[in-house]
Design a protein around this ligand. Structure first.
Ligand code: DAH
Length: 343
């Protein structure tokens, strides 16, 4: 029994002399002496070896030992927490805080938001649709003939599970979905991601972003289309920018056109960006083809409409003079953080 008393006395000396510099040390003390596997528990466990007639006396000693360790722990804890608040007292609280690194919007998002905001001011509402489409919404309804090259496996990503499913190649499929709802007039823009089976290069990627627009009502004319797009260009690129329309072909519009703007770099005198023509192409457009309207259940004798579609990457590259499309998806922060302000 004497051994046990000696042991307890040694521990008490150790406890009395224990030094804690900070709250971590105080916690280490608690674990060592008062934890579930701590020394106090250990010593208490010796009780079973104490002779019956001594149990009462030893019980008291052990209890007192436990209280001693607990009191010391409270002392250490209090002392180290004052140390922490003393450190706070010494700190200069008027110093500016460390700045939080701020993220920035992706340039594609900035430009898309800008495009959307311009058309919203003209009364266009945003419409969205699925990125996985069926053949009908992406091609057939849009008057694309069965042998159109865009339907080829070389150009479009099909989904193995179902030969009718594909990744939409344009957001024109959203126009179809809106027309099918049967609520007229329609005045929508469809921003979204689209996919094409292209080899990745500085000028092409297997996915990119579009904003397409559609306006269907009675008496909508090509003049409305021109004025709407002219307004957009002036808002997006500035009042001095000129536009021109060139005849083109899209299966879902008739007549169809491509719209160019005067080159932003050289102002129209000719440079590398505009391939010395003074003009750069920015979108496709036209009057909604009667077949498209009828496919979607709209009376083409009563209603007319215009549609247009542009690539957001293209507009962004022109706006910021970015030469390589791959930069948009490489996620290099040094590139992305340059676009903190709205355009
Ligand atoms: N869907 C066309 C494309 O992806 C772009 C386009 C052209 C959309 C003319 C239109 C349009 O709505 O009228 O190349």
């Amino acid at each position: 029994m004497d051994d046990l008393l000696v042991k307890i006395n040694n521990f008490k000396t150790e406890i009395k002399d224990f030094v804690a510099q900070n709250s971590d040390d105080a916690e280490a003390f608690r674990i060592k002496y008062l934890g579930t596997k701590g020394l106090v528990k250990d010593v208490m466990g010796e009780m079973k070896n104490v002779a019956v007639d001594k149990k009462r006396e030893f019980g008291q000693v052990m209890n007192e030992f436990k209280l001693f360790a607990e009191a010391r722990y409270e002392e250490l804890k209090a002392a180290t927490s004052t140390a922490t608040s003393a450190a706070i007292d010494e700190a200069d609280l008027s110093l500016p805080a460390d700045t939080l690194p701020l993220g920035s919007r992706h340039p594609i998002s900035l430009v898309r938001n800008r495009i959307v905001a311009i058309f919203q001011r003209l009364g266009f509402a945003v419409a969205e649709g699925p990125e996985i489409e069926d053949d009908w919404h992406n091609f057939t309804a849009l008057n694309l003939p069965a042998n159109h090259p865009a339907r080829d496996m070389q150009d479009t990503f099909y989904i193995n599970q179902n030969p009718d499913w594909l990744l939409r190649t344009h957001t024109s499929s959203v126009q179809v979905r809106e027309m099918q709802k049967g609520k007229l007039p329609i005045r929508i823009i469809c921003p979204g991601r689209v996919y094409r089976n292209e080899t990745i290069s500085a000028r092409a990627h297997c996915f990119f972003h579009q904003v397409e627009g559609l306006y269907i009502a009675e008496n909508v004319s090509f003049a409305d289309l021109k004025q709407t797009l002219y307004f957009f260009v002036q808002e997006m690129f500035g009042k001095e920018v000129k536009v021109r329309f060139r005849p083109s072909y899209f299966p879902f519009t008739e007549p169809s056109a491509e719209m160019d703007i005067s080159c932003l770099i050289c102002g129209g005198t000719g440079c590398n960006v505009c391939k010395h023509t003074g003009w750069v192409e920015i979108l496709g457009c036209g009057m909604a083809h009667p077949n498209l309207l009828e496919n979607c259940g709209i009376d083409s004798n009563k209603y007319t409409g215009f549609a247009f579609g542009m690539g957001v990457e293209r507009i962004t590259m022109l706006k910021y003079q970015i030469k390589d499309l791959r930069l948009f998806s490489e996620n290099d922060v040094r590139f992305l953080k340059q676009f903190t302000s709205a355009v």
